[in-house]
Design a protein around this ligand. Structure first.
Ligand code: GLN
Length: 189
């Protein structure tokens, strides 16, 4: 099994590192050909506005949407979650998501860079140590969306809809591999 990490922008290296620690074969995805060579894909954290522009510059919008529709697992972290959402609140001018999951997310919902924090969250019933960096929040989730993690104040921060997983937080920056293991489990089932 080979996991691709979308590599035009964002914290690609950290995801590759954790995947290789888990013993999985990886590929940096920068073009449509690479999408044919992977079994699942991670859209990393970074900056969703820039990601949206680069996706169009590199003609990757349609190939990415086709990959998603094919049913192969896709995991969006932070900016990657924003890219998967069907509705983005506080989006930048011209920013376009991939419109794949039935969720409405608010960008920068936890405040500015200064409001970044680490937290232990309950994710799919297990504790996971994760980082929130200018993180989005899920404001609404459709009927087909399973909520996998909520903060104490009720904020929804991880969701799954069929083959799609999205977290508002970064699971790749704290050395905790449990969320990636969950994603690899999706790829194997
Ligand atoms: N706030 C960023 C955005 O809108 C996401 C931040 C992140 O991925 N760490 O894309």
């Amino acid at each position: 099994m080979r996991v691709g990490v979308f590599a035009l922008q964002g914290d690609v290296r950290e995801h590759l590192l954790i995947l290789s620690k888990l013993g999985v074969d990886t590929l940096e995805v920068r073009n449509a050909t690479a999408l044919n060579e992977i079994d699942s894909l991670i859209l990393p954290g970074g900056e969703s506005t820039t990601m949206s522009k680069l996706i169009d510059i590199f003609d990757l919008r349609k190939p990415l949407q086709e990959f998603i529709v094919s049913g192969k697992p896709v995991f969006g972290t932070c900016a990657g979650m924003i890219m998967l959402a069907s509705n983005v609140v506080d989006s930048a001018a011209g920013q376009q998501s991939l419109n794949a999951m039935d969720i409405s997310v608010q960008r920068n919902a936890f405040g500015s860079q200064l409001d970044s924090f680490e937290a232990t969250v309950s994710f799919a019933g297990q504790d996971a140590k994760v980082a929130f960096i200018r993180a989005p929040k899920v404001l609404e989730a459709g009927d087909g969306v399973e909520v996998l993690s909520k903060l104490e104040d009720g904020s929804i921060v991880a969701v799954r809809q069929k083959n799609l997983l999205a977290t508002a937080f970064h699971p790749e920056l704290t050395g905790d591999s449990s969320v990636h293991s969950y994603f690899l489990g999706m790829a194997q089932s």
